[in-house]
Design a binder for this molecule. Sequence first.
Ligand code: MN3
Length: 215
Amino acid sequence: MAHELPPLPYDYAALEPTIDKQTMTLHHDMHHGAYVKNLNAALEKHSELFKKTAEELLRDLNAVPEDIRTTVRNNGGGHVNHTMFWKIMKPKGGGEPNGPIAEVINKKFGNFNDFKAKFNDAGAKQFGSGWVWLAGKSGEVQIITTANQDNPISQGMFPIFGNDVWEHAYYLKYNNRRPEYLAAWWNVVNWDEINHRYEAFKSGKSVHELEMAHR
Ligand code: MN3
């Protein structure tokens, strides 16, 4: 089965004014669209790999033949990262976290404001393109950054949620002011979806099982 670009779960303009319609249109249709297209094109060369989910490919990149490994890492990562990204945002999102994710944030980081400051600082300092994450491992959570489209799955970690700090995510509206984008982004965060993901992590589910359960 070829990988497919999932539809945006809301209108392209729905996250305005935090994220503008043009950025969402280009980001979803062109950038995410290209990751899916390039992933499928690479897998055509080893079509038995269509049996694996994108998450499975990323979890064990060494099992991917060398001639397509980098392409799968970049484009499979781009696909999985953005599939999460659209869902962990929503119109009229934001506000204080609630439920289990609020508890773990307060326990680990003291309070939401201190957590946000650390997360935004890590995202601002990520040199070049990449992502800032709250990732889980062995029951614990931590803030990490990854370069390019690398996903925490490839490091044996669970991506609870992440923000895209590639310039394509913010440059049309925020220009070079990445910290301003990072600060504003919390206005569209979907805490319900993040709680789903956190609960999946705590119960030992894979990201793919989580996605399937959502359908
Ligand atoms: Mn992106």
